[in-house]
Design a protein around this ligand. Structure first.
Ligand code: A5A
Length: 468
């Protein structure tokens, strides 16, 4: 079956179903089921994130899910940001609870009262923890699996306490590096932007966001990193004793990535035949399809087993089902298996195998003795190819605009705008005249030239887009 990607929304829904990633038929809106195959992708992807966080001194933890009402309401800006989105538990059985309990929309107000108990003096800092949990947000925009869940079933949140602003800023950079490595591994291209004042995380001093451009030209925020300053440590009365004996409020940073990571990976690389996955995150990396005829069946199956043994260390399936090879090809293509190995009587005769890559469908005949090495290098080639392809496709959707009129002409195109700006005030002015949202300024790319709005000297590149 062919699924054209031109209608992205339809394609996305279909691919999740056909590849058996998510079943969205559960009867609570915004709550979805991870199917076993999808769950394996999830595990591989989030284990990568775990490894990167562990390597940089973040420790995995697990906090409770329920928040007493008064505790959630403590930080006023934070509350305002989330009050429309909170699910409440009001009863325990038939008994009405004295204090309503919120299902976490995020865990600042759960974790920070505990930080108050854990942080005593400078030797306790930095304190860097993270958890991978489900959170709940009563989303009112159109829900869709992994992109906008009401039960965000996969939510990695890191929360870090630092002695001073300098250390907090260093952590913001460390996370930027960790996240960049993560997106690089997933071959997902990103733009790193600083969100404007009016669009930062509720309670944050500022927010850095990783946005990716989806195939339909809309941006998806796939990670955020917030410098919360001392606001939350003041609210939750977290202090530490400095070397000189004085007590000080520490700085806090927090950093989130959700199942959107998987949505982005699928959206960028998948095609009309199904998933295409970077080999590192493919639950099955190689499928062996024996081409059997009655008279040679035994011999071919024996060879196929041998080939499987030769590929130890990879995640390999030998598909010995009673189906036609064509059916098997189709089945494994939908699941994004990076390499297919075909082995038939003629290959045995010639002491060779046929390797077929999922991304380009290219076939390669290699001597059996060179198969392992060929597979290894093909995996790298596939990763490089899909990464460059995704980067190129993203770049092609980013239009540099020199005037508001030019921006207006692009309003119905699936593009993202990049414009020189001097300030957030000018960005706001531009946003007010357009059907695009201001997403922020690029953090690693200063601009020169003139501001698109006021024609004074520009300092930044601003990004404007339609957004998920
Ligand atoms: N405590 C901080 C880390 C926090 O909650 N930040 S956040 O609100 O920005 O969420 C982190 C990330 O979760 C977002 O950048 C976004 O990529 C993802 N996210 C937010 N709402 C989501 C939803 N309804 N479904 C899936 N992912 C979501």
């Amino acid at each position: 079956m062919q699924m054209p990607k031109s209608n992205f929304s339809e394609w996305y829904n279909e691919i999740l179903e056909i590849a058996q990633v998510i079943d969205k038929r559960y009867n609570v809106k915004g709550c979805y089921v991870w199917m076993p195959f999808g769950f394996q992708i999830r595990r591989l992807v989030f284990d990568k994130l775990r490894t990167l966080l562990n390597e940089t001194g973040h420790q995995e933890t697990l906090f409770p899910e329920l928040i007493p009402e008064d505790q959630l309401l403590k930080e006023s800006e934070h509350v305002k940001g989330f009050e429309d989105e909170v699910y409440w538990v009001t009863h325990g059985g038939l008994t009405k609870l004295d204090v309503k309990l919120a299902l976490r929309p995020t865990s600042e107000t759960i974790i920070y009262p505990m930080f108050k108990l854990w942080v005593r003096n400078h030797a306790d800092l930095p304190l860097k923890v993270y958890q991978i949990v489900n959170t709940f947000r009563y989303e009112t925009k159109h829900t869709r699996p992994l992109i906008r869940d009401r039960e965000i079933s996969t939510f990695k949140e890191a929360h870090c306490v630092h002695a001073n602003l300098d250390d907090a800023e260093k952590e913001m950079k460390i996370i930027q590096e960790v996240y960049s490595k993560f997106w690089d591994a997933l071959a997902v291209p990103v733009m790193v932007v600083k969100r404007p004042e009016w669009d930062k995380f509720p309670g944050a001093d500022y927010t850095i966001s990783f946005d990716t451009v989806m195939p339909d030209g809309k941006t998806l925020q796939i990670a955020t990193s917030h410098n919360l300053g001392t606001k939350f440590s003041k609210t939750f009365d977290i202090t530490y004793e400095k070397e000189d004996g004085e007590h000080e409020y520490p700085y806090i940073t927090c950093h989130g990535i959700s199942g959107r990571a998987i949505a982005a990976m699928i959206a960028h690389h998948g095609d009309e035949n199904g998933l295409v996955l970077p080999p590192e995150f493919a639950p099955i990396q190689i499928v062996i399809v024996p081409i059997v005829f009655k008279e040679s069946k035994e011999e071919v199956m024996k060879k196929a087993e041998e080939i499987k043994e030769m590929l130890s260390g990879y995640r390999v399936v030998l598909d010995d089902r009673e189906l036609t090879p064509g059916n098997k090809y189709y089945y494994w293509e939908t699941k994004g298996v990076p390499i297919r190995i075909e082995i038939g009587p003629r290959d045995i005769e010639n002491n060779q195998v046929v390797l077929v890559r999922r991304d380009t469908k290219e076939k390669r005949v290699v001597p059996l003795a060179e198969m392992r090495e060929a597979v290894r290098s093909l995996m790298n080639e596939i990763y490089e190819y899909i990464k460059q392809k995704a980067e190129k496709e993203q770049l092609e959707k980013i239009e540099i605009v020199e005037s508001i009129e030019h921006a207006k002409q692009l309003e119905n195109k699936p593009v993202v705008l990049k414009a020189r700006l001097c300030s957030e005030a000018c960005a706001k002015q531009m946003e007010n005249q357009l059907a695009f949202e201001f997403r922020g300024i690029l953090v690693d790319e200063p601009a020169d030239g003139l501001c698109i709005v006021c024609k004074k000297e520009a300092k930044h590149w601003g990004i404007f887009s339609k957004a998920y």
